[in-house]
Design a protein around this ligand. Structure first.
Ligand SMILES: Cc1cc2nc3c(=O)[nH]c(=O)nc-3n(C[C@H](O)[C@H](O)[C@H](O)COP(=O)(O)OP(=O)(O)OC[C@H]3O[C@@H](n4cnc5c(N)ncnc54)[C@H](O)[C@@H]3O)c2cc1C
Length: 320
């Protein structure tokens, strides 16, 4: 018996969300006396080190030139069956969400998307928890089907890193065939990917215009954070669409989220209210975001942010 976990990477480096997914899968493996098998759709660096996160084996596939969800689904289903897996774990990423439905149909598995805490493995059914109603409530599911497919949210478990090394295996996926042809690939380089970021500096319409974003980028640079924005900011072209967070944008769970000149509409909060710590800067004391904030500064952002940047820079200089 085994628990299979899909590992995603960028240029060979395993993504943080996938390291957490491996650890998450290893906890289920331990509770069900199963092996924890990590699967990558292509080659990754230092694959054996996934053993540090609890993987007993790492299977690296070859023969898939680019991500194609149909091809990937066939590949994962085939490994799932050949490894005697009962559960497949995916990150709640764009790829994970794309694959989850396909896999559940292909494997005839029970499905829970966006699991946000450790699964409780019980005889009468596993207790699985996820956020619902834009994170305002928690739903607990009892999953009794023998085959299960879950995506897990980032920051759902704190991975404990050990020293184990995983056994390596390869899998040739070329014979499974893909039906999509890649015509062009455009990637965003040199930035911290938003879904991966531990720290996020986000700004909204209170910035007045794109020409004022220098102070936001400066803060992000000092902190080593990713930048994000509210939807109208992306819609009007002030910032690129991949920075838009919220119900219709990227959902994130960073350790620290700065919301600067953002009102805190429910659709915005839906994508960010699972952040560990939220700091709001807004000049309107009635702005709804203050209700969701751990720390709030009620002031003009054009006054506060440059002074905050100055203090952060000094603090960093004294502490590095
Ligand atoms: C179906 C649907 C889906 C949506 N999905 C999303 C989504 O995914 N993400 C999203 O963000 N929105 C989404 N929206 C839009 C959402 O309802 C809000 O309209 C939007 O979030 C508001 O953006 P904002 O806070 O940047 O702008 P505003 O509402 O205009 O707020 C600007 C804020 O800046 C403050 N401010 C102004 N000047 C200063 C200053 N000098 N210093 C400090 N503070 C200042 C103001 O007090 C105000 O609170 C969606 C809407 C709908 C209907």
């Amino acid at each position: 018996m085994s628990v299979l976990v899909l590992v995603e990477h960028q240029n060979g480096e395993v993504k943080k969300a996938s390291l957490e997914a491996v650890y998450f899968a290893s906890l289920i493996a331990k509770d069900t006396s199963s092996a924890c098998i990590a699967l990558s759709l292509s080659q990754i660096n230092s694959a054996e080190k996934l053993g540090n996160y609890g993987a007993t084996k790492v299977i690296q596939a070859s023969g898939m030139e680019h991500f194609d969800s149909q091809h990937a689904c066939k590949l994962i289903s085939s490994v799932f069956e050949s490894q005697g897996a009962h559960t497949i774990i995916l990150s709640h990423s764009a790829k994970g969400r794309t694959l989850l439905g396909r896999l559940a149909v292909s494997l005839d598995a029970a499905i829970v998307s966006g699991v946000n805490s450790r699964v409780e493995v019980n005889e009468g059914g596993w207790k699985v928890t996820k956020g619902v109603f834009s994170g305002k409530a928690l739903a607990h599911y009892r999953v009794t089907h023998p085959k299960k497919a879950f995506t897990i949210m980032g920051n759902s478990v704190k991975a404990e890193i050990g020293e184990g090394l995983a056994e390596l295996e390869s899998f040739d996926a070329a014979a499974l065939g893909g039906r999509e042809k890649l015509l062009e690939l455009r990637t965003v380089d040199g930035e911290i990917p938003l879904p991966e970021a531990e720290l996020v500096v986000s700004a909204g319409r209170g910035m007045k215009g794109p020409e004022n974003w220098g102070i936001i980028e400066e803060m992000a640079k000092i902190l080593g954070a990713a930048t994000a924005c509210s939807r109208p900011v992306a819609d009007t072209g002030w910032r690129p669409h991949h920075e838009h967070v919220g119900q219709t944008g990227v959902a994130i769970r960073p350790n620290l989220y700065f919301a600067i000149g953002i009102s805190g509409a429910i659709q915005h909060l839906a994508g960010v209210n699972n952040s560990k710590v939220i700091v709001v800067i807004n000049k309107d004391a009635e702005a709804p975001f203050f209700k969701a904030a751990d720390y709030g500064i009620c002031a003009d952002l054009f006054d506060v942010v440059p002074r905050l940047n100055e203090s952060l820079r000094k603090f960093k200089a004294q502490n590095t």
